[in-house]
Design a protein around this ligand. Structure first.
Ligand code: AMP
Length: 219
């Protein structure tokens, strides 16, 4: 089945996928991960991911490869055994450490898509969100909310905005879809983001900055 490409954002070539390394999940998680791989592969997108041959990473990568995608893994040498680095990727890059991995996974990527995951996936998503907030990463960030997995994380992000730790505009940094088949549309309808985000990264009362404990209207 050919997926319609009409939803693909202009110029988008390469996407980063974050996903769980767990082999102990309910079947619907692997099913959705595989479907994401197919959707991205059929859309002609290149994929970069953590390179694991386990968990949702593997399910996504296998189906993406089957759909003809170029799949690039980035794995630290010490994890090549634990996460059983995928053996059949289009390209496998072995790096020194986790920092390098995260950096390489985002380099030249036009969008981030996260499947459900644990602490590793959370860290990756939050790094992407933080870089976007600071205007260092400008692409869409889409959470694939299989079985409502991300509901509580999204609630917490909204709570953070409500309490003033982030501002309303930061709610536009991510989008949430129920099914992998909605990811292409979510990427193309994501709110435009620019490096100017840096000027809005800190939260202040409208137009007011706190200067040495006093409010100033110089903001
Ligand atoms: P998890 O969601 O915890 O299963 O982790 C998903 C992926 O993120 C796995 O490939 C982990 O090895 C990876 N990961 C965990 N921590 C980091 C980190 N600090 N930097 C880069 N990748 C990480």
């Amino acid at each position: 089945m050919d997926m319609p490409n009409s939803h693909l954002p202009t110029g988008l070539r390469r996407v980063t996928v974050y996903a769980s390394s767990s082999n102990a999940l309910a079947p619907h998680y692997y099913d959705a991960a595989g479907r994401l791989g197919s959707v991205l592969g059929q859309a002609g997108l290149d994929i970069v991911y953590g390179g694991g041959g386990v968990g949702l990473m593997r399910a996504m990568a296998d189906e993406a490869l089957a759909a003809g995608a170029h799949v690039h893994g980035v794995i630290p040498a010490f994890l090549n055994t634990t996460e059983r680095g995928h053996k059949n990727l289009s390209q496998m890059e072995v790096v020194d450490d986790m920092r390098e991995r995260k950096h390489r996974m985002l380099l030249n990527s036009g969008a981030v898509i996260s499947l459900p995951g644990g602490s590793g996936t959370f860290e990756e998503v939050f790094e992407a969100l933080t870089l976007k907030r600071l205007g260092q990463f400008l692409g869409p960030i889409v959470l694939v909310n299989t079985h409502h997995y991300f509901d509580r994380m999204v609630d917490f992000l909204q709570h953070s905005v409500h309490e003033g730790f982030m501002s309303d505009m930061h709610l536009d940094m991510w989008s949430v879809v129920d099914e992998p088949e909605q990811v292409l549309e979510a990427m193309s309808t994501a709110k435009e983001w620019s490096a100017d985000a840096l000027n809005h990264a800190s939260v202040s009362k409208t137009g007011i900055l706190l200067v040495e404990g006093r409010e100033s209207d110089e903001a």
